[in-house]
Write a protein that binds this ligand. Structure first.
Ligand code: FEO
Length: 404
């Protein structure tokens, strides 16, 4: 069966979903699956905008053939050469031998590295600002290096005011019949999906996203067509506003993310006491995660949302608990910055987790310690409660005065 959807006049979505994949990029859990989007412009020339992941090859080939309705394929625009979008490129080229591939110099370099082929005269090499006339539409190309790979570009349909953005503006989660953003609940569904996708896939490249936003956000835009998740249409100011925040590492709102590593529950108990005190001081948004239980991709996404973090860890092998070390490394890897952090360590005979966490944070940009790390020995002692409360209140003050 064919499952294609009209996006706009002469433009159809011919992508599909993967509900079986557990780990996106073999690392990020995607319990809600993922969509791989591909778009077909049926103008005087036919233009395929990106292909799809190998997992949906069969349905994609059927969709493409059906949507073409017996016509040939003239062009394939490759906005991104990561295999979740280009794994089917060679098969499309074999099925449609007259199709030419539109990409930039780096696109063809990756094609050559991945597939060891030279497309010769089938390659149409474009650079910043070049255009392709397809009959009644003009497609213009804008380079977006490192959003998310070096060869990434955006294609702008000047006639329809539609921007094709590769990974940018993507979301985790499948498209279950609906393909437009205004068919979803933005605040309760899409925002979390978009943030977790952004922080984990594009989060590292804030300056490059900023450069792309500066260049593209002034264009008249009726729709944004990413390669994952829904087509953004209607009022685009909200998603553009979030992209502005995320790409400048600016917290969305006031609140605290507490991530803890606890072996026997005593470190967890201390952060429970802390969280209780923070609520008494008037902090509403507190989100707590056991790093041994919650995948770092979720905690990273929360850390992109809120301005204050608490990292609490048991000492382990004379260092920080490995899962906490891994979380901080993940935050650093994704370039998270400009956060205020409180550290809590636990150690029965030689507490070392605080020192190690502090060293790791000092190697990141703009991470500020709210106070000296608090140390507990085995468990929070009754005689420490007054100091702990004072320490908690200092942190609460910092949160409340942060103004987000
Ligand atoms: Fe969806 Fe960077 O690939």
């Amino acid at each position: 069966m064919y499952c294609i959807k009209e996006v706009a006049e002469k433009l159809v979505w011919i992508g599909s979903n993967d509900r079986r994949l557990n780990l996106f990029e073999n690392i990020i859990p995607i319990p809600e699956g993922i969509s791989y989007n591909s778009y077909l412009l049926l103008d005087e020339k036919t233009v395929l905008l990106d292909t799809v992941d190998r997992s949906i090859t069969d349905v994609f080939m059927e969709n493409l053939q059906f949507a073409l309705g017996g016509r040939g394929l003239d062009y394939i625009v490759v906005n991104h050469m990561e295999p979740d979008h280009c794994a089917t490129l060679i098969e499309v080229l074999e099925r449609y031998p007259q199709a030419r591939v539109v990409g930039n110099v780096k696109t063809f370099s990756v094609i050559s590295q991945l597939y060891h082929i030279d497309l010769g005269e089938r390659a149409v090499i474009v650079k910043e600002g070049d255009s392709l006339d397809t009959g009644s539409h003009t497609l213009r190309f804008y380079m977006m290096p490192m959003v998310h790979w070096p060869e990434v570009m955006a294609t702008y349909d000047e006639t329809a005011a539609i921007l094709f953005t590769a990974d940018a503006f993507g979301c985790f989660g499948t498209l279950n019949g609906h393909i437009f953003s205004d068919e979803f609940d933005f605040q309760n569904v899409l925002l979390e999906r978009a943030r977790r996708y952004y922080s984990n896939i594009v989060g590292k490249y804030g300056p490059q996203v900023q450069a792309a936003l500066k260049k593209l956000s002034a264009l008249p835009m009726a729709m944004i067509c990413p390669l994952h998740g829904p087509v953004w249409r209607g009022d685009l100011t909200e998603i553009l506003r979030y992209y502005q925040l995320w790409s400048t590492y600016t917290p969305e709102k006031q609140g605290v993310v507490i991530a803890y590593a606890s072996i026997y529950g005593n470190t967890e108990n201390a952060v429970n006491v802390l969280a209780g005190r923070l609520t008494e001081q008037g902090i509403r948004e507190i989100h707590m995660y056991d790093v041994s239980d919650t995948d770092p991709s979720y905690i990273l996404s929360e850390a992109f949302c809120y301005g204050h973090l608490v990292l609490a860890s048991s000492t382990y092998n004379n260092s920080v608990f490995p899962k906490m070390e891994s979380l901080i490394a993940d935050m650093k890897g994704h370039n998270l910055q400009n956060r205020t952090v409180a550290l809590l360590e636990n150690g029965t005979w030689a507490p070392m987790a605080g020192k190690k966490m502090q060293e790791l944070l000092e190697s990141m940009k703009g991470m500020r310690l709210a106070a000296v790390p608090f140390t507990i020995r085995s468990s929070l002692a009754p005689e420490q409660l007054a100091d702990f409360t004072k320490w908690s209140d200092l942190f609460a003050e910092d949160v409340l005065s942060s103004g987000q």
